[in-house]
Ligand binder design. Structure first.
Ligand code: HEC
Length: 240
């Protein structure tokens, strides 16, 4: 800002100030009115629409998929994109902190008195890019599958069996492709090469400890059990 701009600005400011209204009571009144409206709308919505209570928490579940609230999806997605474990700290704490520091520094870096967005191409472009990036990450995060989803290519006939494996807790002890834990159970990525379906079914009903028995699953949901076994038997190195 050069001298003349500064004088223009000060003149305009003193003019506006002389015509202005005091903070108390004008601004206070406006703020209070708006605050009361917001609270009243919230109360009315709570009374007539109610708040949704999710299903009761089940501490024994092994298939729960933790997901953040939608407004954190962009951070969630950032964490998914940045895979190497040594970079996780940077993704969770580093990136948001760097952005905040940059925001704090902005008024010291950008000394322009210009307020029209069209006359501030750098700031405007940066702002739009940030919003586009956050929107993109939010959409990606919202549509991303659960981390327990199995990403091997599966033909449609095995789709339900694959879902059955994902929802039966197998991945807590077994690795299939990129998913699941590496232990205590052996990797099942190409289990179909080692065991025929009868042997897989036998293992599930009569497993060696610590693997739990899935006999009750066969009893309660024989179809799901059969699909699960068929899917496992189809897992060969040359994926179906
Ligand atoms: C609590 C951990 C645990 C869970 C949960 C679990 N397993 Fe296992 N599983 C094991 C262990 C440990 C072994 C190895 C047992 C042994 O030493 O024979 C095993 C063995 C197997 C085998 C035989 C592998 C081979 O190479 O012989 C199959 C097949 C199998 N599990 C499938 C499943 C399926 C399908 C599920 C889900 C429905 C499942 N497991 C759930 C721990 C688990």
């Amino acid at each position: 800002m050069d001298r003349r701009e500064k004088e223009d600005y000060l003149r305009e400011y003193s003019q506006l100030k002389s015509q202005g209204k005091p903070f108390f009571p004008y601004a206070i009144l406006k703020d209070s009115a708006m605050a009361i409206i917001v609270v009243a709308v919230t109360v009315v919505m709570a009374l007539f629409l109610g708040a949704e209570l999710g299903p009761k928490a089940d501490p024994t579940t092994t298939t729960y998929t933790p997901r953040p609230e939608w407004y954190f999806f962009f951070l969630f997605e950032l964490l998914r994109v940045i895979e190497p474990p040594e970079l996780v700290l940077l993704a969770t704490l580093g990136v948001p902190t760097i952005w905040l520091i940059m925001l704090l520094l902005l008024p010291f870096v950008d000394r322009s008195s210009e307020r029209n967005p069209l006359k501030r191409p750098v700031a405007t472009t940066m702002g739009i890019l940030t919003m586009v990036m956050m929107a993109f990450l939010t959409i990606e995060g919202a549509t991303a599958g659960a981390p327990t989803a199995i990403e091997l290519s599966t033909s449609p006939q095995y789709e339900q069996g694959r879902a059955a494996v994902a929802s039966s807790g197998c991945l807590g002890c077994h690795k299939i492709g990129e998913n699941g834990n590496g232990g205590p159970g052996p990797e099942l990525t190409s289990i179909g090469e080692r065991l025929p379906s009868q042997a897989i079914a036998r293992t599930l009903v009569n497993p060696t400890r610590p693997m739990p028995s899935y006999a009750s699953l066969r009893q309660r949901e024989p179809e799901k059990f059969a699909k699960l076994v068929a899917y496992l038997a189809s897992l060969k190195r040359e994926s179906p």
